[in-house]
Design a protein around this ligand. Structure first.
Ligand code: NAP
Length: 281
């Protein structure tokens, strides 16, 4: 049976450092504050928003939600981002994505001030992840995967890492971050041929496909480290990952559960970035 890589264990040390820093900031009269921008009522967005709000409150940070109707205009959203950029009391912005199709996501994402871009939405921050230069903050979810590996003392050097998914939010940045940690990285997507033979080669398998149960027993090999980024709901409305957990846990060496794995670390990383942004200011 695989050993569980638990978000709450990773968060233990992470959250202690965050709340200590929040206290220090508050002594100087600064309350680290996150603004969440949400368009529409997507259940996934609402769940992420609830988690982020709860974690902010638990760690002593503020969280303010600005929600818009699905039909919001580009101008209205840009005007709100402009107000946030100029508001000294807001240190970080989380734009829940994907945005509705009538909005130009690239224009909106790049309107966020670089110093408040706590989830790597702007091209400048993204360039930092790809160049390996210390520009901006990495995407919270990709960073959460790395935090889990680091917490459990998993050295990536020389290991074969396979990432399933090539989105700019998770797959591509986490691949670059693994490369930075000296892993040999392969990225898979819907056009990858014979996915199971590629995933079985991995020492570290990161799955961010957004499809419930896309990875099963046939994709996993003994001793492997499996990090499941997926957040989906099954036919009974229960939260589940991209990996068939009951099959993979019998084969892998280490595995993250869903819920209780990457997602819970992601919200702590988000608050970490907001606190860092407040400290840098
Ligand atoms: P996305 O933009 O939909 O990208 C999914 C990627 O997976 C695409 O590159 C797609 O390939 C690939 N893919 C889909 N089905 C596949 C298959 N059968 N075989 C191989 N590759 C496949 O999703 P995302 O934004 O990266 O999110 C991925 C998952 O992570 C979602 O479940 C999301 O809810 C979750 N998520 C979790 C957190 C967290 O904190 N835990 C945060 C953000 C997202 P193509 O490029 O060829 O289409």
């Amino acid at each position: 049976m695989a050993e569980l890589l638990l978000g709450k264990e990773v968060n233990g040390a992470l959250n202690k450092r965050i709340s200590d820093d929040v206290l220090r900031l508050k002594e100087r009269g600064i309350v680290p504050t996150l603004a969440i921008l949400r368009v529409g009522e997507n259940p996934g967005d609402l769940a992420y928003e609830r988690g982020a709000k709860k974690r902010c409150e638990a760690l002593g940070a503020e969280c303010t939600v600005m929600s818009f109707d699905e039909k919001v205009s580009q101008e209205e959203l840009l005007a709100c981002i402009d107000r946030i950029n100029r508001d000294d009391k807001i240190h970080g912005v989380l734009l829940l994505r994907p945005l509705p199709r009538h909005l130009d996501a690239s224009v909106i994402e790049n309107a966020v001030a670089a110093e408040k871009d706590v989830d790597c939405m702007t091209d400048l921050s993204i360039s930092g992840v790809f160049s390996g230069r210390n520009i901006g903050y990495p995407p919270c979810t990709a960073q959460a995967c790395i935090e889990i590996l680091d917490h459990y003392g998993i050295d990536c050097t020389g290991k074969k890492a396979v990432v399933v998914g090539r989105s700019l939010v998770v797959g591509k940045p986490v691949s670059m971050m693994l490369l930075q940690k000296n892993a040999t990285v392969t990225i898979c997507h819907t056009r990858t041929k014979d996915l199971s033979s590629v995933t079985k080669e991995a020492d570290i398998l990161i799955v961010a496909a957004g499809r419930a149960g896309v990875i099963g027993a046939e994709h996993v090999r003994e001793g492997q480290i499996v990090i499941d980024v997926g957040i989906n709901t099954d036919e009974n409305g229960k939260l589940c990952g991209d990996v068939k957990f009951s099959e993979a846990e019998k084969i892998a060496g280490y595995i993250t559960p869903v819920p209780g794995g990457v997602g819970s670390v992601t919200t702590s990383v988000l608050v970490r970035h907001v606190v860092d942004a407040a400290m840098r200011k």
